[in-house]
Write a protein that binds this ligand. Structure first.
Ligand code: SF4
Ligand code: SF4
Length: 441
């Protein structure tokens, strides 16, 4: 079978098979039930939720505890049954301190009695969409865009393709891999629901070639469904939406536009599984698979974790960290966020916790650009990263805008390949913020 791909991109950590061997053969294991969960009221792109419980309230597992306050938002639910002990600001990955609902677990796992399974075949499009919204589902690959919004394109945008993102192109991570392999039937049931909501004539699941076992599991589950399976080359950032659209359909998403402008909607495979659980089982998104990995972790694992459990607790369950760990990351090494402390909650978009050792990071002393062009050939958007970096060093935001800074997807490929160790992606990130701030004035 041919392997599809896009122009540009890089092959990070190729010599160590992208670091995935630490966890990709390990079955998903249920994490210990946490004593306490701290569930942030914003775990998505968009408006934070308003709390609908107070300290002292008893809650069921799956009960709604945060109500949406805008269209672009997603409700949050209790991941354990027990007692609310506080509704207060808490530190989360990324350094923000959003309002969190803190619940003491009663270890009874009492589901909200209003939760009931439903045959999706008996529901019309609006009812399916409503169960997706009520399930609090967001993009679980890290983008955290509310699923019901993505599944409601404007009427003038005809969706031809539903594309399932099974690339998981970030090194080290294997959460999606294990979901595809172990829960293929559920993923396919989610796909069928998504296809009905979007009325898309074609559905393609794209899987990177380093997950052939997952590909086969999905292929078997998809038999007779009309869903197409495509293998994609192992290349970063294959799972970025625009690159996935190009690889699977040959279509280009225009600059500044979304996949829907090219007739496509892209959904992560773990999100598709969450859609199945929300619609068919009535269960909201209250737990997810997290790869706890990296050479700095004593016993790497793929854990099924309650939302709101702490990173510290997961690290403890994985044998703790090695002494020379230099960096802890939420997500993968390319686009993940550095964690400043372990006492932060797991959220819906947290696909991995990565611990890197000092020896792996190497020196990061910056020197002058040698005009080697590596950043240029690695950029999947075909920008001129070295030029953008120069613009940023001069604080010339107008030039950065002209050179396409807003099209940068912050994939980190340019920084990774730069022999001069220039902090190109961080500079462009700052430029994007400056350009957007200037536009709002
Ligand atoms: S971070 Fe931006 S400029 Fe750098 S390679 Fe990725 S898309 Fe291109
Ligand atoms: S990769 Fe680094 S050194 Fe090479 S052209 Fe780009 S910015 Fe300059």
């Amino acid at each position: 079978m041919p392997q599809l791909s896009f122009r540009g991109g890089i092959h990070p950590l190729q010599k160590t098979h992208h670091g995935k061997g630490l966890t990709n053969q390990l079955p998903i294991r249920e994490a210990e039930a946490p004593k306490l969960v701290a569930i942030p009221l914003v775990q998505h792109i968009g408006a934070p939720c308003a709390p609908c419980v107070s300290a002292g309230d008893s809650v069921y597992m799956g009960q709604k505890i945060g109500q949406v306050r805008g269209y672009v938002s997603a409700p949050v639910h209790a991941s354990v049954s027990g007692k609310v002990v506080a509704v207060e600001p808490r530190l989360v990955a990324g350094g923000a301190t959003p309002l969190c609902v803190v619940i003491e677990n009663d270890f009874q796992d009492r589901w909200d009695p209003s939760i009931a399974p439903m045959d999706p075949a008996l529901l019309d499009r609006e009812a399916l969409l409503s169960r997706v919204l009520e399930g609090g589902i967001v993009g679980m690959g890290g983008a955290t865009f509310p699923a019901h919004v993505k599944l409601s394109p404007p009427k003038d945008k005809k969706i031809d393709f539903l594309l399932l993102n099974g690339a998981e192109c970030e090194p080290y991570l294997s959460a999606d891999h294990r979901v595809m392999l172990e829960r293929a039937q559920g993923v396919l049931q989610g796909v069928a629901i998504l296809q009905r909501i979007l009325n898309a004539s074609r559905c393609i699941i794209g899987v990177e070639a380093n997950k052939k076992d997952a590909f086969q599991a999905l292929e078997q589950a998809a038999q007779g469904s009309g869903v197409e399976l495509k293998l994609m080359k192992v290349k970063y950032p294959q799972g970025s939406e625009k690159q996935l659209v190009q690889a699977l359909t040959g279509r280009q998403v225009p600059s500044g536009k979304l996949p829907m402008d090219a007739g496509c909607v892209v959904v992560n495979v773990s999100s598709a599984y969450a859609v199945y659980e929300a619609v068919a089982l009535g269960r909201p998104l209250i737990s997810r698979v997290v790869s706890v990995t990296g050479e700095g972790v004593n016993q790497p694992a793929n854990l099924q974790v309650r939302i709101g459990d702490s990173v510290a607790s997961l690290l403890r369950q994985c044998g703790g960290l090695k002494e020379d760990v230099e960096r802890l990351v939420s997500g993968g090494p390319m686009m993940g966020i550095a964690l400043l402390q372990e006492d932060v909650p797991v959220t819906k978009g947290m696909s991995g916790i990565l611990a890197l050792r000092k020896a792996q990071l190497g020196p990061r002393e910056q020197t002058a650009c040698i005009r080697c062009g590596r950043c240029l050939s690695g950029c999947p958007i075909h920008l001129m990263p070295f030029e953008l970096c120069n613009d940023c060093e001069r604080n010339d935001w107008a030039a950065a805008e002209k050179h396409g800074a807003l099209d940068c997807i912050e994939c980190g490929s340019c920084t990774y390949v730069c022999p001069a160790k220039r902090e190109i992606t961080s500079s462009i990130r700052i430029a994007k913020r400056q350009i957007m701030a200037a536009r709002k004035k």
